[in-house]
Design a protein around this ligand. Structure first.
Ligand code: NAD
Length: 368
């Protein structure tokens, strides 16, 4: 237990919060504390030029408060760029609840968090993220209307994964067009890591197009089912990087494009649903470019989920969400064009595209 005396004697690293915030120009960071429920959360609002800051809440046992702050700032900036590139009117935000989801999560803690979200009066809208369930979102929703990604039974848009998978599939077709001059995927060898909600839907699109698909997943039942139904190949988890492939599609975890896997991956294109695929954006973004691999930036091609949520806010129509997701094809091509023209890695081109729309729309808002 820290005492008042301890606090007086501790000189908090001077620029911890504002220093961090100024790196990516964050607008607002809200620290939420409640001793009664044990809630310790941080809500980061990166940018609201395009609209309210939307991004999920994740619960994680961070090793330090500084690690939690870094994570929420990085993730909220990613949300600004994702929505901006997707052409929707949402800003970027994210929230982290510090703690072990297995032992520290409770109805009271989640509802207290909901009250903090509500206190922002719609400037931040939350959604489900790592270690949060639909039930948890229902608790948060008891205290605030600023929640999205709710089940259809609660007026939400339901599972966004089919929209996400469709966007990734279109991003992959755009990548094929850029790399091989045709967007046909027929006959291409695609290695899909993770056949969960998004991965399975993606595999179905690819099989329909005549791709030779190899999958892996720790869910053996699911693998067995897809092998039997779709006649795809399956390999052990760690073998996925070594199979003959034209396209690597990470649909499970982040950071799987790293120095170790890049020495093994024999692909021409990387395009998948997972967030933060590059272990280090700068180092591995450059390395991928040097190797001549075309990387379709994750947040550009996996924007189907946020697009789905956007249409949930407007009164949900799956057709409108799917139709908006079709724009991912052209956006992916635009990113490649910027990368070529400026001779920069594709991740940097996507960041430029995201920043440019925010800057442009910022101008029209100032003119009133
Ligand atoms: P999911 O949990 O339904 O599926 C992930 C799958 O990956 C599971 O089947 C799991 O068993 C498998 N997996 C875990 N570790 C693995 C490993 N080491 N090797 C192989 N498989 C492994 O998740 P999802 O909704 O399909 O999302 C997949 C990825 O896409 C996640 O990174 C998610 O953050 C990202 N994403 C999802 C959406 C969406 O709409 N669901 C939107 C944007 C981004």
């Amino acid at each position: 237990m820290i005492t008042v005396k301890d606090i007086r004697q501790t000189s908090l690293s001077d620029k911890l919060v504002f220093g961090h915030m100024s790196v990516f120009d964050h607008e607002q960071v809200v620290f939420c504390n409640d001793n009664a429920t044990g809630l310790k959360a941080i809500i980061a609002i990166h940018n609201t030029v395009l609209g309210p800051a939307l991004g999920g809440t994740r619960m994680w046992a961070y090793k330090s408060e500084s690690e939690a702050l870094t994570d929420v700032l990085r993730l909220s900036r990613g949300m600004s760029y994702k929505s901006s590139c997707a052409g929707i009117n949402l800003g970027g935000g994210k929230a982290v609840i510090i703690g072990d989801a297995k032992t520290q999560k409770s109805e009271a803690l989640l509802r207290r968090f909901g009250k903090f979200v509500d206190s922002l009066a719609g400037k931040y809208i939350t959604a489900e993220d790592v270690n949060m369930s639909t039930r948890d979102m229902e608790y948060i929703h008891m205290e605030t209307d600023f929640v999205t990604g709710l089940p259809e039974s609660m007026g939400g848009g339901g599972d966004p994964s089919p929209v996400t998978a469709y966007g990734v599939y279109l991003g992959m077709k755009a990548s094929a067009k850029e790399k091989w001059g045709s967007d046909s995927l027929s006959g291409k060898k695609v290695a899909v890591q993770g056949v969960g909600h998004v991965g399975e839907n993606l595999v179905r699109h690819l099989v329909k197009d005549g791709c030779k698909v190899t999958i892996c997943d720790m869910n053996e039942e699911k693998v067995k089912m897809l092998v039997s139904e779709l006649k795809v190949e399956a390999v052990a988890l760690d073998k996925i990087y070594d199979v003959p492939m034209d396209i690597y599609a990470p649909c499970a975890l982040g950071a799987t494009v790293n120095t170790e896997t890049l020495a093994r991956l024999g692909c021409s294109i990387i395009c998948g649903a997972a967030n933060n695929q590059l272990a280090d954006e700068v180092i591995h973004g450059e390395e991928v470019k040097k190797k001549g691999i075309l990387y379709a930036p994750d947040y550009v091609v996996n924007a189907g989920g946020i697009i789905n949520v956007y249409y949930e806010l407007e009164g949900y129509h799956r057709e409108r969400a799917m139709s908006h997701a079709e724009k991912i094809y052209q956006t992916t091509l635009n990113v490649f064009q910027i990368a070529k023209t400026q001779n920069i890695p594709t991740y940097a081109a996507a960041n430029h595209l995201g920043e440019a729309r925010i800057a442009e729309i910022g101008k029209i808002k100032l003119s009133f």
